[in-house]
Write a protein that binds this ligand. Structure first.
Ligand code: ZN
Length: 343
């Protein structure tokens, strides 16, 4: 989903002059000059932020927020003075570039979008050369914080809880970060137990997609764990003093994972069944029934029973779980509005 395809740093090293293009700002043919400035905002040795000044018209910021060599584009519309003075007042909008151009243009002015789609712009970027590396000062650090906040707000918008009409679980032990003594580990999700989320969530209750996305895991041919497999997973966890990933995965039972793009994946676990139309690689719409509550992977299921059924739901952000390192109060403050569950 995150089709962040940038022109490529290699292109930035092609030396050359300026390019010409039919201006959308002036309505006549104008020359575009692109000037690049590179910043290493986290002192990693790599430039993770590139300021791209497009003539006198706009400033684009290309930002590699994970420092993984792939730039997630975030645009910042035009609030840098000719002297390079930055203002944090401009609207920060995350952009997602693909082969078709700007995929999510947010509030980026139409004229700027048009400019960036023009062939003359690409030529001008190629012509800009490698760019200068400049020191990072406190105003730039504040700017990166603004970018990060804007990007997170954008990519974390539009989610809901996986049970229709539910609230967040009313007990702290059902939240991420709670201890799970039986497996010597820490809980990474929200346990939607009957009697704790405001609506019925017993065995067989429907589970919905928390946002539109792509199915990246669907255990459609799941076979329930045996009592021996369950005991072994617990023994291994006890010896490790934590729950290793393989054992944790077994204990989550039948699962569906949905990729929402931009590093965000939702996981639904302990399912009793998966909706027939759910297939690997398929698209699911927000609110669609994707599966049914169960107790798969739990001790009760390994012994043939169906007690203890509940939905275990995780929201993964860049490989970490929502709520990691936070107190229950902090989790409620963050997750309530995020998941449309009030506070
Ligand atoms: Zn759980």
């Amino acid at each position: 989903m995150n089709r962040v395809v940038i022109l490529g740093l290699a292109l930035l090293f092609i030396a050359g002059g300026a390019a010409w293009y039919t201006g959308v700002f002036g309505g006549s043919t104008a020359r575009i000059d692109v000037a690049l400035t590179l910043y290493d905002t986290n002192a990693s040795g790599n430039a993770d932020l590139i300021r791209e000044r497009i003539g006198e018209q706009a400033t684009i910021w290309r930002w590699d927020r994970n420092d993984d060599g792939t730039e997630d584009i975030v645009a910042y519309d035009g609030s840098v003075s000719p002297e390079g003075q930055m203002s944090a007042s401009g609207a920060v909008t995350a952009w997602d570039f693909g082969a078709d151009g700007i995929l999510d243009s947010g509030t980026v002015p139409a004229a700027l979008q048009e400019l960036m789609r023009s062939p003359g712009y690409a030529t001008a970027v190629e012509a800009a050369g490698a760019g200068n590396v400049e020191l990072v000062d406190s105003s730039l650090r504040a700017f990166v914080d603004t970018l990060r906040k804007g990007y997170d707000e954008w990519r974390l918008s539009g989610f809901q809880l996986p049970i229709l009409g539910a609230k967040l679980p009313d007990a702290d032990r059902l939240l991420p970060g709670a201890r799970r003594a039986y497996r010597f580990g820490i809980h990474q999700g929200f346990d939607m137990y009957p009697g704790h989320v405001g609506v019925p969530t017993g065995y067989g209750a429907p589970v919905i997609a928390v946002k539109t996305g792509t199915v990246v895991r669907a255990d459609t041919d799941y076979v329930e764990v045996t009592a021996e497999q369950y005991e072994e997973a617990i023994t291994i966890s006890q010896e490790a003093g934590t729950t290793p990933e393989a054992q944790l995965d077994l204990l989550r039972g039948r699962q569906v994972w949905v990729d929402h793009g931009n590093g965000i994946i939702s996981r639904y676990a302990h399912l009793s069944g998966i909706a027939p139309e759910i297939v690997m690689g398929g698209t699911v719409n927000a609110g669609t029934v994707i599966a049914f509550v169960g107790n798969s992977g739990m001790e009760s299921a390994s012994r043939g029973g169906n007690s203890g059924a509940h939905l275990h739901f995780e929201l993964r952000i860049d490989g970490r779980y929502l709520g990691e390192g936070m107190s229950p109060d902090e989790i409620r403050l963050l997750a309530g509005p995020l998941l449309g569950a009030g506070e």
